[in-house]
Design a protein around this ligand. Structure first.
Ligand code: EPZ
Length: 422
């Protein structure tokens, strides 16, 4: 398992290109199952999660060609010969559950392994199943798989109301509703930019959708969808992550492709902490205005609130803030695993349930630390770049799931960071 060595100290100055969104691409790719015509995604990120989804779609019979060094995914699903998403693939990546809705909508039956939990929480899929049952699906849960079928081979439009604005459940329902017979209304729908991007792609394919980005999405089912070419939206989590690099190290970094509307709540917190964000023609330019940043309190919420996927990275910044910050994690039940690792670097953090209290220190100290999940891994790298001395982050396979070429992008701005193969 590879590790990453970081020698801390020094400002960061330069330009970082932001890739297409992992969490948009992972819901756009299953859309290929909704049509027999070619669906091509451009601006695709080069990540291990994308390779896992490619493997899953391939196991169903879809063809996914990765072109232009992985930035273009040319997909075709004219020959789906297998309707079972196997546990061995699904357990590696819970977004695999997103093939359930499209397979049901296309052929009226599907068998998908339950994804199981992961490091940050139990992560059930009850709302995904609730939505599909509302659309007429008959579901039988046995031996760890969902056996699903649509009576008469076709789902029907329904009114679906989620108890929580679940991103994945909204995506599964939206994908399935495009081919259902009749009208579907999704209430308390997730409003994330990745949902908006999916709706825009499906509309290019001929779907009839209104309201994406709001809490109520209405879909008129159609009999068939055509192919399309669609650019994956910019990754707002990668964007926020790299905006924190100059904030924690000092200096000025321009994040190419960044847009304020993707990170509105996050930028409000950066402003309160004393970090300046300037919109340029190419993206967002970030500068730490003076010395230490100020402490700020953060609560994670569904979009447009502060994203849970930037909580770990924000905690790294607040470990060096002047003052005490309180972070409240309201989306996942166990998303503070980066805290003990940051504490090994001299951070002063107390975790009580869903709250973490961070007393800022002048300087963190390099140490050997371990990545526990995707976003925790990159928060350790941010902290390491600002720390005194050397840090070795182990288990960076977590990192490679969601961040392409981290050492290149940060190294180009002056960070002393290298990958140690082992
Ligand atoms: C998506 O996960 C993202 N993953 C996550 O990003 C992100 O943290 C999350 O949305 C919230 O923004 C992808 O898009 C592939 P949810 P998802 O359904 O869809 C509970 C990353 O780092 N829940 O909005 O799983 C669930 O347990 C990843 O890139 C149910 O109880 O998120 C969680 O506590 C991590 N039942 C909360 O809702 C359900 O049926 C939010 O889940 C579904 C979810």
């Amino acid at each position: 398992m590879d590790s990453i060595l970081v020698r801390g100290g020094g400002e960061l100055n330069g330009v970082i290109p932001i890739a297409g969104a992992k969490n948009a691409c992972l819901t756009l790719m299953p859309a290929t199952l909704l049509t027999e015509e070619p669906l091509t995604l451009t601006n695709a990120p080069r990540l291990s999660d994308i390779r896992t989804m490619t493997q899953l779609l391939g196991s169903l019979g879809a063809e996914v060609a990765s072109l232009q060094d992985g930035q273009v995914l040319a997909m075709s699903s004219h020959n789906i010969h297998n309707h079972t998403a196997d546990y061995d693939i699904v357990r590696k990546m819970r977004a695999s559950i997103l093939v359930l809705g499209p397979m049901l909508a296309r052929d009226g039956h599907a068998i998908v392994s339950l994804p199981g939990g992961c490091a940050i929480g139990a992560r059930p899929v009850d709302m995904h199943l609730q939505a599909l049952e509302a659309m007429g699906a008959e579901l039988d849960l046995r031996d760890g798989y969902v056996h699903a079928r649509a009576p008469g081979g076709r789902l029907k439009g329904a009114v679906i109301e989620f108890g929580f604005a679940s991103v994945g459940a909204t995506e599964n329902a939206l994908l399935a509703a495009t081919l259902a017979k009749g009208t579907t209304v999704i209430k308390n729908a997730a409003r994330e930019p990745e949902i908006v991007d999916l709706a825009q792609c499906l509309r290019r394919m001929g779907a009839q959708i209104e309201g994406e980005g709001s809490s109520i999405i209405t879909i008129q089912g159609v009999d068939r969808l055509s192919g399309a070419t669609h650019p994956v939206v910019t990754d707002r989590i990668e964007l926020g992550t790299y905006m924190l690099a100059p904030a924690i190290c000092g200096g000025t970094v321009e994040c190419l492709g960044g847009r304020i509307e993707l990170v509105g709540a996050f930028c409000e917190k950066l402003d309160a902490a004393g970090v300046s964000v300037e919109e340029t023609e190419r993206g967002l330019k970030v500068t730490r205005k003076n010395g230490r940043v100020k402490a700020v309190d953060v609560t994670t919420e569904p979009f447009p609130g502060f994203p849970t996927d930037l909580q770990a990275q924000m905690m790294a910044l607040l470990c060096t803030a002047d003052g005490t910050s309180v972070l409240e994690e309201k989306i996942f039940e166990n998303r503070f695993m980066h805290a003990p690792e940051l504490t090994r670097m001299g951070a002063r953090i107390e975790v009580h349930g869903g709250h973490a209290t961070v007393k800022g220190v002048e300087k963190l100290k390099g140490a050997r630390v371990m990545a526990t999940d995707l976003r925790a891994s990159v928060s350790l790298i941010l902290a390491a770049m600002a720390a005194e001395g050397e840090t070795v982050v182990s288990r960076v396979y977590h990192l490679d799931r969601g961040y392409e070429r981290v050492e290149e992008k940060l190294g180009a701005c002056g960070a002393h960071i290298e990958r140690i193969a082992s």
